[in-house]
Write a protein that binds this ligand. Structure first.
Ligand code: HPA
Length: 246
């Protein structure tokens, strides 16, 4: 078992990770966001990848999701835990809160979202009824509980295109659709992992109230970064506990 951790905004490195080596992987789909970091966390093998690049320079729509997932799979990852900053829509998902979503609605467009589009022997439709792996999601929730970090169990992740934040009307629409949180990177990451049969779960970290949810105040990057600093401290604790349980 080798866990891959994809770090998002606020998590470009993994403190406590004993780094063995970094590896640049070339895939048939191009280059991943950066070299993969192979290391050990609590004596367990971990592969870490910063989704936006180690300097946080790749915007959500510019990420080569196929190369990232392919590279993790090719180098031996057997499970993928994605960490992702989100805007909170449901009342229980306020800034700083962690959540383990169990559903997705995909509003992104124009992203390369399948491995099954060339050299096909037959058309393939993967089952995506439950987009997150139930066992890994369960382990994540148990890990949070063990280290005393509150984590909301379930919720629908609305994946938007970005890089701009949403309008208040767009968030009203997402809420009416049943979204509990909104982020820009959950898709096609989740479906690509499914296509390669890699169990995938997400640890969402609420950075801000989604547009127009709490008041009409503009959402500032400074406020988001401040909240994420605290939120990611909790994520690191949960990841440590998760590794121990796998
Ligand atoms: N919307 C979309 N993505 C996000 C947000 C948001 O409000 N906050 C953090 N990632």
């Amino acid at each position: 078992m080798t866990l891959a951790i994809i770090g998002g905004t606020g998590l470009t490195s993994l403190p406590g990770l004993e780094i063995d080596r970094r590896e640049m992987v070339h895939t048939p789909f191009g280059e991943p966001s950066g070299p993969l970091t192979h290391g050990h966390l609590n004596d367990q093998r971990v592969i870490f990848l910063a989704r936006h690049g180690y300097g946080h320079t790749i915007p959500p729509h510019g990420i080569n999701y196929r190369a990232n997932i392919w590279a993790l799979h090719q180098t031996g990852a057997t499970k993928v835990l994605a960490v992702a900053a989100v805007g909170g829509i449901s009342p229980e998902l306020g800034p700083g809160q962690l959540g383990a979503p169990d559903q997705i609605i995909d509003y992104t467009w124009g992203r390369a979202n399948t491995f099954f589009d060339q050299d096909l022997e037959r058309v393939t439709h993967v089952d995506f009824t439950h987009p997150y792996d139930a066992r890994l999601r369960g382990r994540l929730l148990e890990a949070a509980e063990r280290c005393g970090v509150a984590m909301v169990d379930g919720g629908c992740y609305g994946a938007t295109q970005g890089p701009r934040l949403e309008t208040a009307a767009e968030i009203r629409r997402l809420r009416n659709d049943g979204c509990d949180m909104v982020g820009m990177t959950g898709m096609p990451e989740a479906v690509l992992a499914r296509e390669l049969e890699l169990p995938y779960a997400s640890c969402a970290v609420v950075a801000n109230w989604a547009a127009g949810i709490n008041d009409d105040e503009p959402i500032s990057m400074a406020a988001i970064e401040e909240i994420l600093k605290t939120g990611m401290g909790n994520v690191r604790a949960v990841l440590g506990a998760l590794i121990n349980s796998l």
